[in-house]
Design a protein around this ligand. Structure first.
Ligand code: ZN
Ligand code: ZN
Length: 721
């Protein structure tokens, strides 16, 4: 069909040309043949070329027109034609041809320079745009309101804030700072470069603002994590009678998610529905993410279920919503649904699901997800690989974690890989191995970061390695010239406190360069509980109640200390404070995997289908343990009731129910593995030691802090936790 584009077309067509076979002719060809015929304009006239160029819709004919034009010399005398050719070339993806034409004809006419700059900017060739602009500048060719918007666009895309600022100076120097298009481009550039305050200054001085500018500012605030200001601007925009479009709606949804504002999330959703934006997949996905970030997973699920078309982002948004809000079981169920859907899980999905398994301590499902990843030949990047190691360690399978770690990753281990493995050893109480890995890491030339030190200090703490921990803390400052963070101090206080060095811990807090936070005081309070030091505990608690007045866990911990020393009056006072502030003890929850299913138990749970059998088993176990010499430790029962009642309350702790369920259901010899969301209590800890001895059963409990491996009457934590 390109045969039609021969030079013969540039001569007046004969009458026969009207009888051209129309169906075989592309519409635009038909158009200009028509044009020639009826207007009888000479093709030796630039106006005819102009028409030809306008109707040309692909590269080949464009090249032919260009070569015909070259013979006429029109291009040199008519920059309009040259500009059209440049624009067309870049539109059809041949910026090289556009550039060589430009180089041949550019001269000092800013019109052609602007055309080439725009051509580059429109196809995203930012470097070329900026390079051309600087050549233009050097040659003294004046930039104008047709130059700046495109140069600023390139700066915005590349986040070149200094480049953008120097363009801004140029804009002011040349007097284009009140041009609406230039102003809009400046606002957009500053917003995208994260210089939102500079953007705001330009925005505030604008005489006329369109929606594009409002959107740029609203998005800019949201991207700069200044969600509240983003929403204030939205309401100002609405006051000016402008309606948020779908692009703005996405930013607003994200801002509301950042703020976790449940009420506003509903009104954003309503706005989106009212304006019919939900058909837009990006908007619909942003609504799911918004609800998920607000913690309203139910609403996220409803929004998800209502979508006619879903993509990977829709699934991943809901999955991470479940995972981040502690609904790990729901996340795993959703993953199963995704696997049989038309959308295939991607590495992001895998990362979310592997992390959910780690959170839940669900080894069986974790293994399944791992083999799914491997069998599906999914690309395992280092982040996912680290998450897999972490999952095995957190699910109690330290051996597989070590194996995966030792096998290595194709792009090598990064500092997070080492951190994950060190922390894995730490939570299982293998302090020496953690220290060994810490030195191996340095031998291999990997520089430890502040997280590494947190991991190693807590590993020392869990293993009671006081001297080694002290040395690491010293090295941190002297060898690595790093300032210890508050987290490092918290780890040190924990390490010293657990080992009974309460005074040293207290002195360390006193010498901290910044104010101690709740983590530091919490560690001291925990140590006071272990060593039954009510006086120092009171001091720590006073600070905690000031810093975190709403955190019920600290009240409970202090109550435990009072209860242990029979100060029931103080326990009662604290209970009153909790009541008046509407604080509740966080609900304990333990899970156990049995036959590919996760069974969960709350304290004194009566919702499990087999709760009566479980209760009976718990009572039998209690008798067996008593006969073996276990004395119930009632110090952690807050109620001032008779000892016998306290024992009764202890029996139905969530972790005891889960372990009893395991003993009831699982074959002999199979270790029982339970995950608890809070710290394991003293009585349960002691009870599990007895059960492991009496029943010759390995029991593994992962609590909020670490792993406890109970075997033959001992625990791997050596009673440090
Ligand atoms: Zn307990
Ligand atoms: Zn233990």
């Amino acid at each position: 069909m390109y045969g039609l584009y021969t030079n013969r077309w540039f001569f007046p067509p004969s009458r026969n040309a009207t009888k051209l076979s129309l169906p075989k002719t592309p519409p635009n060809l038909f158009l200009f043949s028509f044009h020639f015929f009826y207007n009888s304009i000479s093709p030796n006239n630039p106006i005819s070329f102009d028409f030809l160029l306008k109707s040309c819709n692909s590269l080949e004919p464009l090249k032919q027109i260009h070569s015909s034009l070259s013979t006429t010399g029109f291009i040199l005398s008519n920059p309009q034609l040259g500009a059209q050719l440049i624009t067309k070339y870049s539109k059809f993806g041949d910026t090289d041809a556009a550039r060589s034409l430009f180089d041949a004809i550019k001269g000092c006419n800013s019109f052609l320079w602007n055309t080439m700059i725009r051509a580059y900017a429109n196809v995203g060739h930012c470097n070329e745009t900026l390079e051309l602009y600087s050549v233009m500048h050097r040659m003294g060719i004046r930039s104008n309101n047709y130059t700046y918007p495109f140069v600023l666009k390139a700066c915005a895309t590349k986040s070149l804030v200094f480049g953008g600022k120097s363009v801004h100076l140029d804009v002011i120097r040349n007097g284009f700072d009140s041009d609406a298009f230039v102003e809009a481009a400046l606002v957009d550039m500053y917003a995208k470069c994260g210089e939102i305050d500079d953007g705001r200054r330009v925005f505030d001085e604008m005489s006329k603002r369109d929606l594009v500018c409002w959107t740029a500012m609203i998005t800019g605030y949201e991207q700069a994590d200044r969600a509240a200001e983003s929403l204030v601007l939205l309401s100002e925009m609405q006051q000016e009678g402008l309606v948020a479009d779908s692009v703005t709606a996405v930013s607003v949804a994200s801002a509301v998610g950042q703020l976790g504002d449940v009420q506003k999330s509903r009104s954003v959703h309503a706005h989106v529905i009212r304006n019919g934006f939900l058909e837009d997949l990006i908007v619909a996905n942003s609504i799911i993410a918004m609800y998920a970030k607000c913690g309203d997973v139910k609403a996220a699920r409803i929004a998800f279920d209502g979508m006619k078309v879903k993509d990977g982002i829709s699934w991943n948004s809901l999955l991470s919503g479940y995972a981040q809000n502690g609904f790990a079981t729901e996340a795993l169920l959703l993953f199963e649904q995704m696997r049989v859907s038309t959308v295939q899980p991607n590495p992001v999905t895998a990362l979310i699901v592997v992390s959910a398994c780690a959170y839940l301590g669900s080894l069986h499902i974790g293994r399944k997800v791992h083999s799914f990843i491997v069998s599906g030949r999914m690309k395992i990047d280092t982040t996912l690989w680290n998450a897999i190691i972490d999952m095995y360690a957190k699910c109690g399978d330290l051996e597989t974690a070590i194996q995966v770690f030792d096998n290595g990753h194709e792009s090598g281990r990064n500092v997070s890989s080492w951190n994950v493995m060190i922390s894995g050893y730490g939570m299982h109480g293998h302090g020496k191995e953690a220290l060994h890995l810490f030195s191996r890491m340095q031998e291999e030339g990997v520089e430890p970061n502040h997280i590494t030190f947190t991991c190693i200090l807590s590993a020392c703490s869990h293993a009671g390695l006081v001297d080694e921990g002290r040395k690491c803390f010293y090295d941190l400052r002297k060898k690595f010239f790093t300032k210890p963070t508050v987290k490092h101090y918290a780890c040190m206080v924990d390490l010293l406190g657990r080992a009974g060095h309460l005074e040293e811990a207290q002195a360390l807090i006193a010498e901290m360069p910044s104010e101690a936070n709740d983590g530091v005081w919490g560690a001291l309070l925990g140590a006071c509980r272990i060593h039954r030091n009510a006086e120092l505990g009171q001091f720590a608690a006073k600070n905690l109640f000031r810093l975190e007045p709403e955190h019920s866990g600290y009240y409970v911990l202090m109550s435990n200390i009072y209860a242990a020393s029979n100060q029931w009056h103080e326990v009662g006072k604290l209970r009153q404070v909790m009541k008046s502030r509407g604080l509740k003890k966080p609900a304990a929850f333990s899970v156990i995997e049995f036959r590919k299913e996760v069974h969960g138990f709350h304290t004194a749970d009566q919702t499990h289908p087999e709760w009566m059998e479980v209760y009976r088993k718990v009572e039998i176990l209690a008798i067996e343990m008593k006969m073996a010499g276990h004395v119930p430790d009632t110090s952690c029962v807050l109620h001032d009731v008779e000892e016998e009642d306290k024992e009764h309350i202890l029996n139905y702790h969530s972790e005891k129910l889960a372990v009893a369920f395991g003993i009831m259901k699982m074959d002999e010899g199979i270790p029982i593995q339970v995950t608890k969301n809070l710290r394991v209590c003293h009585d349960c800890h002691s009870a599990f030691k007895f059960i492991s001895y009496v029943h010759k059963r390995k029991i593994v409990v992962r609590d909020a802090n670490r792993f406890h491996h109970f075997q033959d009457g001992c625990c791997s934590c050596k009673d440090y936790w």
